[in-house]
Design a protein around this ligand. Structure first.
Ligand code: SF4
Length: 468
């Protein structure tokens, strides 16, 4: 019997206020990130209860989902979006919450700005009213997406009532081949374990592939934990983590940083930690992945064919039938060569500077196919500035791509960036559910940003490795 503890257990125990009679834990939340879409109702509930925000200095706001990417000038062209923005401004001003609006120079997708500002730290508990809060686990934080009533609870008490998840350790061994990225790793994990495989679990990602990844790549992996059903996902903090955090605006500085580093090392899982389950995936065998269906688990490698019918369980067969009908694809045919209409590069999964650098490398090899419309949307204003400083915006423009301003954009299409009708979109985002990108009949193929560019240049799903 191993005596060591996992990071999840250490962080959980350190943040436990008390065990609740129903078996849940009252857990203190170190950092609360909010945005304009899920917070208004929670603030309204607080007003009704005449409760103040308990820890405004642990709460940070941004605007990301509804903000247009053509111009962020106020008032926003959509009056409903403007109203939501005004509501958030008012709530933040009344409660003393720091708001990174478009004029701040720090605005961006909530899961992009938390890391880049040094707000998300190892050993923290983090909550946000967005499913992809698991992203922040890249630092060795325990980070949960929460619903509106939980958001109210965190605003009022800085606590959440949660059941402790089990921990599944996922070791990705070997070394990734050129053209295979963090997105391909997480898509392979979800394909292997299933979209419900992680229910009741936290995923601890480890092994040589994760150790070799940059923080930005780890953010991509942790981001999609929720797509595999896991409550959260994390990577143990290491030198890569500390190096990334050093000098960030809200990270500890000077001696405080050195003290924090000692603490951060200790939160990593012990070498003899107990895990409820262990899985190993050979990273050296992975190829670029593309989703073909209506959830992220329905993905194949670029050199594979789509599944055939009749080989799965009754439940899986029903899901396959639904996916093939919606996507209008044929079982057993290659994924390579499927025509696309739209290419979207961005989102909290793949809208960071390293994503744009790699995508630009591929964009230099050609010109956008005449049938394809494109959007390159930096994940934050800081990413936008850095990309412009490196001339990446010009690389994309020269290749025929449209460069936009920071926001969630076509990941969820709550702003004007939407698919039209049955359009097929090669997308670097995280969800390919029906209607996710703004048209109820629009179709989404998830892939890495580099693969999105390859598809945009060819007008069809293509193997980026041929361009590297
Ligand atoms: S980019 Fe997509 S998944 Fe990420 S916060 Fe925005 S809408 Fe949510």
């Amino acid at each position: 019997m191993s005596a060591g503890r996992s990071l999840l257990d250490k962080v959980w125990d350190a943040h436990t206020v008390r065990e609740l009679p129903a078996g849940q834990t009252q857990l203190f939340v170190g950092l609360h990130l909010i945005h304009e879409v899920t917070s208004p109702q929670a603030f309204a509930m607080l007003r009704e209860l005449e409760l103040p925000v308990r820890f405004p200095d642990r709460t940070f706001a941004t605007v990301d989902h509804i903000i247009p990417t053509t111009s962020q000038r106020r008032p926003l062209s959509d009056p409903v979006a403007e109203e939501m923005l005004v509501a958030l401004e008012r709530s933040c001003a009344e409660s003393g919450i720091r708001f990174f609006d478009a004029a701040s120079g720090r605005q961006g997708i909530v899961h992009v700005i938390g890391p880049e500002l040094g707000l998300s730290l190892p050993g923290m508990t983090i909550a946000c009213g967005d499913s992809h809060t698991s992203t922040h686990g890249a630092f060795g934080a325990v980070a949960f997406g929460i619903g509106t009533s939980q958001l109210r609870d965190v605003l009022a008490t800085q606590c959440l009532a949660l059941a402790r998840p089990k921990v599944r350790r996922i070791d990705v061994t070997g070394k990734l081949a050129p053209g295979v990225y963090a997105k391909d790793v997480i898509l392979a994990i979800i394909r292997s374990l299933g979209v419900k495989g992680g229910v009741g679990f936290a995923y601890e990602y480890a092994g040589p592939v994760l150790e070799a990844m940059s923080i930005e790549e780890r953010l991509t992996v942790c981001n999609m934990s929720i797509e595999g059903g896991a409550r959260c996902g994390y990577v143990n903090p290491d030198e890569t983590t500390f190096e990334y955090l050093a000098g960030r605006e809200f990270a500890p500085a000077g001696e405080a940083f050195e003290r924090a580093r000692v603490h951060w090392r200790r939160v990593a899982s012990d070498p003899d930690a107990h895990f409820d389950d262990r899985v190993e995936i050979d990273g050296s065998r992975l190829a670029p992945a593309v989703t073909w269906g209506i959830h992220p688990g329905q993905n194949v490698a670029i050199d594979e064919c789509l599944p055939v019918r009749g080989a799965a369980s009754a439940e899986d067969e029903a899901s396959l039938a639904e996916a093939f009908a919606f996507m209008d694809l044929e079982p057993g045919k290659p994924i390579a060569g499927v025509p696309i209409d739209v290419a979207f590069i961005g989102s909290c999964t793949n809208g960071r500077i390293s994503d744009l650098r790699e995508a630009a490398r591929v964009a230099r090899t050609g010109h956008v196919h005449p049938r394809v419309r494109t959007l390159v949307v930096p994940g934050s204003q800081a990413v936008d500035r850095q990309a412009r400083a490196e001339g990446l915006d010009e690389v994309f423009r020269a290749a025929g791509f449209e460069w936009r301003e920071a926001g969630c954009s076509m990941c969820l299409a709550m702003n004007p960036d939407k698919l039209v009708g049955r359009e097929v979109c090669a997308s670097s985002s995280n969800r390919n559910f029906k209607g996710r990108q703004g048209s109820p009949t629009g179709r989404t193929l998830l892939m890495s940003p580099a693969m999105v560019v390859a598809a945009a240049l060819e007008g069809k799903v293509s193997d980026v490795r041929e361009r590297l």
